[in-house]
Ligand binder design. Structure first.
Ligand code: HEM
Ligand SMILES: [Cu+2]
Length: 564
């Protein structure tokens, strides 16, 4: 029997996947498109920020009136639109496949697409008009046009529609399978969105309850510190909302893609439960230097921040085990021989392997930020963007590109264009970001501020020169890599649609095989989603009630300011 026939047997060809209805799949494709559009545009603006470091400013600042308008665009498009669009699309699909049934509601699925699109367009318009140059963290008392806050709210609402759909799908599945273990891919999808559902409440209250009415003139003053605290209630957990969809790929798809198997079902569930429990009560680690917040509570959040590092270590262990399993099955021998035996010719895999490698540096530098005393050295310096281009800018973004190398061909039923180019793309991004972040971090350690148009600054230190050049060169390499990605994607869209059964089978995703330690060995309690959600809520209350009790009553004394 040919290998293609075997593959076709193992996984049903596209049309026959009855659980994937057209009405639910076009919003998946559509949200991937929105996401990649945001990545392309946002990333391109990044280039201007990077070369500004070496005094190349195209007048006026790129397509914008000023540096900070571009920076707002860059942050909003990349941190919110790119990530939300991908999560909504990919996790909706892993829910369908995980529970092996269509989503509960097609209306919710399509609604998520339309709400995301509307939020993106409104946000883009108002930012283009320079009416919302408040950076992606939109700290009050900087004030944006009310449409900006409306757009931010819509982006969050789109994720809530997906959350509602996932929960309803799970409940419908549970009704029909009252005693079965939750399918692992469904479990990871569900916990990812429940975590974000809880986390997003902070920013939702901030935007809808405080900033929107304030920008509409319902009241004139606001309380910046209260706003920051609500922002960061969501603002660390959002990092995990960026990461977990990618972890779903690393846990569920990468093992099979490298010819191995996931290590353990139970350990995977355990890791995702820890993310659900501990992602949120850690937000104060972004506010170590903020006045008005009790030091003891900062210490408590510090402790939990180190707790949340633990499931990432579990992840590193699990994925490494799966990689080694695959590498050894492919004939790799010795301590490191299995690494060479991994499929280094498959861009979908290579992009994600490099993303993981870069992420180890991102994790370590994250520990620097998280440590209260060392944080003082790097706080608000260029070290921070140095750090998070390794995490969200690479662990997430490069992984998403890798996932697109199989997911987009599957969604569009067109084979990937120019595999070699895609491989170049992955390597160039990894090399580029290492140079870029090295520049940003060394600048930061030399006290270079972040969010600053350095070319215009009247101050400089000798150590910044090399740092700036590295940032600029790394940024250019990343941009070239990004361009290659879009060449590959456009080429793919122009490719001929798969027609024969063989061609179609070749585009099928490799669905996960049961882990080496399968669900029969997992603790039943892992599946008590309601219980874990309740514990997560209790932890949030413990971590935040004292913060607010000690802080309140709020002092609405700051009038809005427009800086740029
Ligand atoms: C071509 C690739 C990219 C380049 C050259 C680039 C460049 C930069 C630079 C130089 C900054 C610092 C600006 C400052 O502090 O004044 C920055 C900030 C930022 N970047 Fe990127 N970036 C790229 C891709 C990405 C990606 C893929 C993401 C996320 C998915 C991302 C997310 C962010 C965020 C959230 C900020 C913070 C904005 C702020 O502080 O308000 N960037 N970028
Ligand atoms: Cu954080």
């Amino acid at each position: 029997m040919s290998t293609v026939a075997t593959t076709a047997e193992q996984i049903t060809p596209h049309e026959e996947v009855g659980v994937e209805t057209h009405g639910q799949m076009w919003p998946v494709t559509g949200q991937i498109a929105i996401s990649l559009f945001a990545l392309g545009l946002g990333g391109f603006i990044g280039l201007f920020q990077a070369i500004e470091r070496v005094n190349i400013t195209l007048p006026p600042f790129g397509p914008f009136e000023n540096y900070y308008q571009g920076l707002t665009f860059h942050g909003v498009l990349l941190a919110f639109v790119f990530t939300f669009g991908f999560a909504n699309a990919f996790v909706s699909w892993t829910t369908i496949r995980g529970f092996d049934r269509p989503l509960y509601s097609t209306m919710l699925a399509q609604g998520a697409f339309w709400v995301l699109l509307t939020g993106t367009i409104l946000g883009a318009i108002i930012m283009t008009m320079n009416e919302a140059t408040v950076l992606f963290t939109f700290y009050a008392p900087m004030q944006a046009h009310s449409v900006f806050y409306l757009a931010a709210a819509l982006l969050v609402v789109s994720t809530w529609l997906v959350l509602a759909n996932i929960v309803l799908t799970y409940r419908a599945w549970r009704k029909e399978n009252p005693t079965a273990a939750i399918p692992l891919m469904g479990f990871t999808s569900l916990t990812t969105y429940i975590m974000w559902g809880l986390a997003s409440l902070g920013v939702a209250i901030l935007v809808v309850g405080i900033l929107l009415p304030w920008s509409l003139g319902l009241w004139e003053h606001t309380d910046p510190q209260l706003g920051r605290t609500l922002f960061w209630l969501s603002g660390h957990a959002i990092v995990y909302f960026w990461l977990l969809p990618v972890y779903i790929s690393w846990y569920m798809f990468i093992p099979k893609q490298v010819g191995g198997r996931l290590y353990s079902d139970g350990l995977t569930r355990f890791a995702f439960i820890l993310f659900l429990l501990f992602s949120i009560p850690t937000g104060l680690h972004h506010q170590y230097t903020d006045p008005g917040i009790h030091e003891g509570m900062k210490g408590f959040h510090l402790l939990l921040t180190f707790v949340i590092f633990y499931p990432s270590l579990i992840t590193a262990f699990s994925i490494m085990a799966a990689l080694e399993h695959g590498g050894r099955k492919a004939g790799g021998r010795g301590l490191f021989g299995w690494i060479m035996a991994l499929p280094w010719n498959n861009p979908a895999v290579v992009a994600q392997l490099l993303a993981m490698l870069v992420f180890t540096l991102g994790g370590v530098t994250g520990l620097v930020n998280a440590s209260m005393s060392v944080n003082l050295v790097v706080h608000n310096t260029a070290f921070i963007p140095g750090h998070f281009h390794l995490t969200v800018g690479t662990a997430v973004a490069l992984s998403v590109l890798g996932i697109c190398y199989w997911f987009v061909p599957y969604l569009t039923q067109r084979p990937l264009f120019a595999t070699k180019l895609a491989l170049w793309q992955a390597w160039l991004w990894a090399i580029g970001v290492l140079i870029f972040s090295r520049g940003q971090m060394s600048g930061g350690l030399d006290a270079q501020p972040r969010r600053t148009m350095l070319g215009e600054a009247s101050y400089s230190l000798p150590g910044w020169e090399v740092a700036n050049w590295l940032t600029a060169i790394g940024g250019i390499v990343m941009t070239v890599s990004g361009l290659l990605f879009f060449v590959v994607m456009i080429g793919t869209l122009l490719n001929k649609r798969a027609e024969t059964a063989e061609e179609k089978a070749a585009l099928q995703p490799l669905m996960p095989a049961p882990p080496i330690h399968d669900h029969r060995k997992s603790w039943k309690i892992f599946d008590r989603i309601g219980l874990w959600t309740l514990i997560a809520i209790i932890l949030i209350l413990i971590a935040y009630i004292p913060v607010f009790l000690l802080y309140l009553p709020a002092e609405f004394t700051s009038p809005g300011v427009r800086v740029w």
